[in-house]
Design a binder for this molecule. Structure first.
Ligand code: KIV
Length: 280
């Protein structure tokens, strides 16, 4: 892996209250998406376990393992992005033992990640410390943590009560103390996200967490209109690329059926002796 232009210390220092502009992170799962996202100037490419839903057709993120994430991380790394590559540690890759977690994090680094992301609060602090002790930077993820969807009873906004908000703040402080360089806050009320952002020295990156965080992350397919489900309330669709793709392919089908494709200019012609032998 070549050293990216955007490094973990740069991200760690990027608090808005210290004058930094809001950070941007977008998911990427392969070389073309990584190249296109990187060209837009984001600071971080997330090889998310959302690859399970967005690319592989699963209903949740519980159906991908470290090998799948390493495969997609390696593809993203071939784009040699300027942005920092953050790869998700999938469900069950850091839940069984600390040793397994460190080895799985190392697998993602060897595939091309510059940092890993994992979900959970104080209950994951020991695992975060162990990965950080192995010199692998860790981004946290709190709030609506999709890997907990069975325990949460679905994909539901979190931290909606005073107690739950206080617990989330305590979790955020705990994973910061464990060594996280940033934390994703997903699906929580804006005031709770603001409180966490104010309380931490590391940057918060929101998704469905309002405008007060230190940065924002969106999923590539949601942002571009490539998803096959109605987008969540927090998604802004910046394009309808799905419609553009279907229109282009419909035009191809029509041209093939009408004989308009391929044209003469799109054809390799036989020349010389070969041509003559066919004509004779
Ligand atoms: O996997 C993913 O895409 C994520 C984002 C929703 C932050 O974790």
């Amino acid at each position: 892996m070549s050293t990216p232009a955007i490094t973990v210390p740069m991200i760690r220092a990027a608090k808005r209250r210290h004058g930094h502009h809001p950070l941007t992170m977008v998911t990427a799962y392969d070389e073309p998406s990584a190249r296109l996202v990187d060209a837009a100037g984001v600071e971080m490419l997330l090889v998310g376990d959302s690859v399970a839903n967005t690319v592989l057709g699963h209903a949740d993120t519980l159906h991908v393992d470290t090998a799948v994430l390493a495969h997609h991380t390696a593809a993203v790394a071939t784009a040699h992005p300027h942005a920092l590559i953050v790869a998700d540690l999938p469900w069950m890759s850091y839940h069984v033992s600390t040793e397994e977690a460190v080895r799985n994090a190392a697998t993602l680094v060897r595939a091309g990640a510059g940092a890993v992301k994992l979900e959970g609060g104080a209950n994951r602090a020991a695992v975060i410390s162990a990965i950080v002790a192995a010199e692998i930077p860790v981004c946290g993820h709190l709030g609506l943590t999709p890997q907990s969807m069975l325990a949460m009873g679905g994909f539901k906004v979190q931290a909606k009560t005073l107690d739950a908000a206080a617990q989330l703040l305590a979790d955020a402080k705990s994973i910061e103390a464990a060594g996280c360089f940033a934390v994703v806050l997903e699906g929580i009320p804006d005031l709770v996200a603001q409180q966490v952002t104010d309380a931490l020295e590391i940057p918060t990156i929101g998704i469905g967490a309002g405008a007060g965080t230190d940065g924002q992350v969106l999923v590539f397919h949601d942002l571009l209109g490539l998803g096959n489900r109605p987008p969540a309330k927090f998604v802004r669709r910046y394009a309808d690329v799905g419609a553009v793709i279907t229109e282009a392919i419909t035009n191809f089908v029509g041209d093939v059926r009408s004989g308009a494709f391929p044209s003469d200019a799109e054809t390799y012609h036989a020349t010389g002796e070969l041509k003559a032998s066919f004509e004779g």
